[in-house]
Design a protein around this ligand. Sequence first.
Ligand code: GLN
Length: 251
Amino acid sequence: MVVGVLALQGSFNEHIAALKRLGVKGVEVRKPEQLQNVSSLIIPGGESTTMAKLAELHNLFPALREFVQLGKPVWGTCAGLIFLANKATGQKTGGQELIGGLDCTVHRNFFGSQIQSFETELPIPQIVAKEGGPPSFRAVFIRAPAILDVGPDVEVLADIPLSAVENINSNNAIQKEEESSESEKKVIVAVKQGNLLATAFHPELTADTRWHSYFLKMVPEIGEGTSAVISTPTTDQSFIERSIIDFPIYQ
Ligand SMILES: NC(=O)CC[C@H](N)C(=O)O
């Protein structure tokens, strides 16, 4: 079984490497017809405006929308989350094309610019219940979006208190949010809606493969009883010791 990884731009190699650590083959998807050879798809982080332009150039949007509408599992990380959202704010003038399907409003660059990127530990009980392991996950936020509201069919997997984010007062987007909803000072950063999974952060840049394993369990031909298919994660120390700045896409 192969998992497609949209390979227009961004951290597609890191997703393919994470899948490999689980014994699963990830294949690069750049053309509409390649979607016919995969039963699920990961849309990586990167720069959603650039990715949208490239997707348009390759005439990928109709095939991507069809893939989502057919109920095939799709996981968007960071820019991939923006791609999947029904609505995005904080876009460049003129907006950008989205795949849509995920009933939420996402705010691009919610936490600020590149310099305000951060890492934090997030408890995700739903994933721990399925995958076991430590109670929290290292979450890498790089010029990350946040989800401002979700529809009734969307399950919230993780939110983050704005007070946990450094430089909070230097960020206009956050200040605006705080002013508008003084009592609710949290934003959503991971969701699931049927066949769609979305995270504002980058599990592929950590050594923890539980998010990938969780996603693979959403693929019907693997299903819940995946232990035979997914091998025990290898703890590749050289990978663990890499810092996020070692990843070429963020240099
Ligand atoms: N790490 C990322 O994927 C960043 C997303 C980027 N800020 C965008 O809007 O597309």
